[in-house]
Design a protein around this ligand. Structure first.
Ligand code: F6R
Length: 613
């Protein structure tokens, strides 16, 4: 999730696109860069720097006032570490074409090999760079920038919003999008492009939101919109009435809600490039391990904190079921001091959104010291945990701003499911039918999550009824128990309400004494194998006057007469239900906290990245 900006018009190009970029730093901040096709000599000037935007700004003394069509980019690394060469813009070998990109080009490896064989020299490790060389190659053949960009776009698969400026055609920008966001800002004698509306708001309130397959030619005089094959299209501009802060949150009142809504996209991005055409899982980051190495680990250990630990709990069960080997999952702060049973035969998975959590990093170092092989599942590219692991499989959630984790959690689950399937397939423990069945069901998850989000109004109703209660229990069995823990954590951290999660069968061993009228008991019941047992536990709660909220598949009616409230989710393969069943729980926590007037994005006493032990 990178941020891109572009400008054509009478203002100094560099200053304008950098000012615009400041409003997009929430989209990525590991490196940044700017290109301008300078007015007068038409020379392309490109400056890039690793680190936050401020580092780039400190190198722009000679460029601030440069006029000309300009583009700029703030990066959230996916392919290639957060270094200066990997920062955008990427440029053609003659330096006359510059391109910025947000998204992932899935077939970049094949394209790169083809271009290298034709003599193109690459300056970065990114997926993006292939696009600028493709445009250059087509321009050399066709002599026209617009047709060259269109031709290049027919060759790439994946997600992109791109913008191109060039010394071949001054005062003109081109941009296009498929599956990554892009908007145009319309001015008087000047025009703008950006990943998101806040970037243009101080210059214009007239905005066009581009749709997938849109292509735009932008000059100071106007904007020409076509589809990818050149057919004219029309998009109606709309007037932005939000203030800048609301706009940064995509029109949502809080980052948490925005991030909940981003989950379908984040899940789809996390799958991108990790499935083959024959519907098998393929994780390029694990290619370095041979089949013998992977099968040779006698022991798997998963280590993480908080929400990431809850993702690890789901993975433990999934891995054990598929691999028929013991899998241990530990809270990082305990692992390190427990004299853990870790050796060279241990494959250790470290899960962390930030990649900087002190307890998790210390656990990684301890496991490494004991000889384990470390594979991490991390969101922030280039973070300490990613760097210190033997291999890292990135989640593609993009920056998560709200302290309470939502999209990072579901993408951690997605990566862990992929890893489980990768290991099982490598060990030949999966029939083709089962493997392909899982893949099809994983691909269907973004839509299932989208449909839960679409039903948020039902959760809103429930939240209004529950916001004045003070004691919440969350119950579940199997995978549902792990989700119960995560659901309770969400409510606790943002609403400051007391919420406890229990394996439903444990209720009768003590906590049942606490159930009385007024107590809310949220019962996750998505697992067919233990549904009857869950039903008995739910009846025990109902008999003691607790208010039962059931979370069930949409075709499940056995709780209809027992539960006080029901939240229905699409039926998915039971092993994969955590990705879907957590979503109404995130929404419920969010809506209860909102009713209670809590500071949702920055809950008291908490920090996004916990870098102390
Ligand atoms: C809760 C939450 C925390 C983090 C935990 C680990 O919503 O976000 O529990 O999961 O602090 O952080 P990372 O994943 O960055 O290691």
């Amino acid at each position: 999730m990178c941020g891109i900006t572009g400008y054509v018009g009478p203002r100094p190009g560099v200053r304008t696109v950098i000012e615009m970029l400041r409003r997009l730093e929430y989209r990525g901040y590991d490196s940044a860069g700017v290109a301008v096709a300078a007015q007068g000599d038409g020379d392309m000037r490109i400056v890039k720097a690793a680190g936050k935007l401020a580092v780039l700004e400190s190198q722009l003394q000679d460029h601030w006032e440069t006029h000309g069509a300009a583009i700029a980019h703030t990066r959230w690394a996916t392919h290639g570490g957060p270094t200066t060469p990997n920062a955008h813009p990427h440029f053609s070998q003659d330096g006359k074409i510059a391109l910025i990109h947000n998204g992932i080009i899935e077939n970049y490896q094949e394209l790169r090999a083809e271009l290298v064989s034709e003599g193109f020299v690459f300056a970065s490790e990114t997926d993006t760079e292939v696009m600028v060389h493709l445009v250059d190659r087509a321009f050399q053949k066709l002599g026209d920038m617009e047709t060259a960009i269109r031709e290049a776009l027919t060759l790439v698969t994946g997600a992109y919003s791109i913008a191109v400026c060039s010394s071949h055609e001054l005062e003109t920008l081109y941009c296009a999008k498929t599956a990554s966001p892009l908007i145009l800002g319309l001015g008087e004698g000047e025009n703008f492009l950006a990943s998101d509306i806040p970037a243009v708001m101080r210059y214009t309130r007239s905005v066009i939101v581009l749709e997938d397959g849109d292509f735009a030619k932008i000059t100071p005089a106007g904007v020409t919109l076509t589809n990818l094959t050149g057919g004219a299209i029309h998009r109606e501009p709309f007037a932005v009435t939000w203030d800048e802060q609301t706009a940064e949150k995509g029109g949502f009142p809080h980052f948490m809600l925005k991030e909940i809504h981003e989950q379908p996209r984040a899940l789809a991005d996390t799958l991108r490039g990790r499935l083959t055409d024959s519907e098998r899982v393929f994780i390029p980051e694990l290619e370095g391990f041979t089949k013998e190495q992977l099968a040779g680990f006698s022991h798997i250990h998963i280590v993480a904190c908080g929400t990431a630990y809850h993702a690890g709990m789901v993975a433990k069960r999934f891995f054990e079921n598929l691999l028929r080997r013991p899998v241990e999952v530990s809270v990082a702060s305990e692992f390190r001091y427990a004299d853990p049973l870790v050796s060279q035969q241990t494959l250790c998975f470290i899960v962390s959104q930030s990649g900087e959590t002190a307890d998790t990093l210390a656990a990684l170092r301890e496991a490494k010291r004991l000889g384990a092989t470390i594979v991490s599942v991390v969101n922030v590219v280039g973070s300490s945990i990613a760097r210190e692991s033997h291999a890292c499989v990135y989640t593609q959630a993009g920056p998560e701003i709200c302290v309470a984790s939502t999209k990072a959690y579901v993408t951690q689950l997605m990566v862990l499911y992929l890893i489980g399937l990768h290991l099982a397939a490598t060990e030949e423990r999966l029939t083709d039918e089962l493997h392909q069945g899982f893949v099809r069901d994983l691909v269907a998850l973004p839509d299932a999550v989208e449909s839960v989000i679409g039903n948020a109004l039902l959760v809103e109703d429930l939240a209004a009824k529950l916001a004045d209660r003070s004691v919440f229990f969350y119950l579940g069995r199997g995978y549902d128990y792990a989700v119960a823990l995560e659901a309770a954590l969400k409510l606790k951290e943002i609403s400051y309400l007391h919420a406890e999660a229990y394996a439903a069968g444990e209720l009768k061993h003590g906590p049942l004494a606490l159930i009385e009228p007024g107590v809310i008991v949220i019962c996750l019941a998505t697992q067919p194998a233990v549904f009857d047992k869950m039903l008995s536990n739910i009846k025990e709660v109902a008999a003691r006057g607790g208010t039962v909220v059931g979370v069930v598949y949409e075709n499940e009616h056995r709780l209809d007469t027992t539960a006080d409230h029901l939240l229905r989710i699409p039926a998915v393969r039971p092993e994969l239900s955590p990705i879907v069943s957590i979503v109404p729980m995130q929404l419920l926590a969010y809506l209860v906290a909102q009713q209670r007037g809590c500071d949702i994005d920055m809950p008291r006493n908490l920090a996004k990245s916990v870098t102390v032990e």
